[in-house]
Design a protein around this ligand. Structure first.
Ligand code: SF4
Length: 325
């Protein structure tokens, strides 16, 4: 059994910096919300005395830390009004998304965020806006009222191809409106998505490591599941089960942006132990299956369309290489 690590995986600089800031605190402080969607890191921080609360009312320390997901200026001001010091670990790429959507609103566009309205980052992005919409599905777009100008930004961890598809749907639904988009999907998310596709194409089984509430981890699972019939979303090496890999020749490995390197290494080490067993029989990868079939040409630069075409064998080798590059 071979183990294939995605070329980009795991913790991003935004999460690393936020954890570093939390660990550097010498005064009692409380993280408001989850610093990262990863229980192992949160346990580590707790063991070092860094508190974590979901509600501001529960904070008893003089300093409150805002997570990498950011918060609205209104929310930050309401913390300051209580006499508390605010420590911001907001990722600079989330700050960029804040500036983008505010600029669109100031320029007279009706602000629309493509993202999960329940996610803390999206609540932060919309918290300073008086009027806005949040969309994530075709049905959400169908429910929108018409505006002369729509200004769109995205939650930083949404897959860019999904975002582009939503913008195309917006333009189709409102042909007379001006639709301006500022790309706020972060580079680490884009890199992990692209690398996950290449990895999943060559794997009989895929393991995705990350918190169950992590948006970018869940999106990696969705992407890999389009290309590989057996995808396992785990949080730590303890979640791995030998029986999931009995027929696997190549096991692909990727991880969300809040997964620490040590956890990825432990998962890989455990998979290597599985690989050492004598009874492994190879399973065919998705790419193996395609290699046995003819390849009619399809003209597409869209990842979803490409995947759909690949599944029905209506694709072209040359183009697929270009799309994945
Ligand atoms: S996923 Fe992207 S936006 Fe979020 S913390 Fe990491 S780099 Fe920043």
């Amino acid at each position: 059994m071979k183990i294939l690590r995605a070329s980009h995986l795991g913790m991003c600089f935004g999460v690393r910096d936020a954890i570093g800031l939390a660990l550097a605190q010498t005064e009692p402080s409380t993280i408001l919300g989850k610093l990262v969607h990863n229980e192992s890191i949160l346990d580590d921080l707790r063991s070092r005395g860094v508190r974590s609360e979901q509600q501001l009312d529960a904070v008893v320390t003089p300093t409150v830390m805002i997570t990498a997901h950011g918060a609205s200026e209104r929310a930050i001001n309401s913390i300051r009004e209580r006499g508390l010091k605010v420590l911001e670990a907001t990722c600079p790429l989330v700050r960029y998304a804040h500036r983008a959507i505010l600029r669109l609103a100031q320029e007279g566009f009706h602000p629309v965020i493509i993202g999960d309205r329940q996610h803390v980052e999206v609540r932060g992005l919309t918290g300073d806006l008086d009027t806005f919409d949040v969309v994530l599905t075709e049905e959400d777009i169908a429910r929108l009222s018409e505006h002369a100008r729509f200004g769109i930004a995205a939650q930083t961890t949404q897959p860019i191809d999904k975002v582009r598809k939503m913008i195309a749907l917006m333009r189709e639904r409102f042909p007379s409106s001006e639709v301006r988009f500022i790309d706020t999907v972060c580079q680490p998310t884009k890199q992990r998505q692209t690398a996950a596709i290449e990895m999943a194409l060559n794997s009989g089984v895929v393991v995705v490591i990350g918190g169950v509430n992590s948006n970018n981890t869940r999106e990696l699972v969705v992407t890999c599941a389009k290309l590989c019939p057996s995808v396992h979303h785990i949080q730590t090496a303890a979640d791995l089960r030998l029986e999931s890999f009995t027929n696997a020749e190549t096991v692909g490995l990727t991880a969300g942006t809040s997964t620490p390197d040590e956890i990825i290494d432990r998962v890989e080490a455990r998979l290597k132990e599985f690989a050492a067993r004598p009874d492994a029989t190879p399973a065919e990868t998705f790419r193996d299956k395609l290699a046995r079939e003819p390849f009619p040409v399809v003209d597409t630069n869209d990842k979803d369309a490409f995947i759909a075409a690949a599944k029905t064998r209506q694709w072209d080798r040359e183009k697929s290489v270009r799309i994945l590059a």
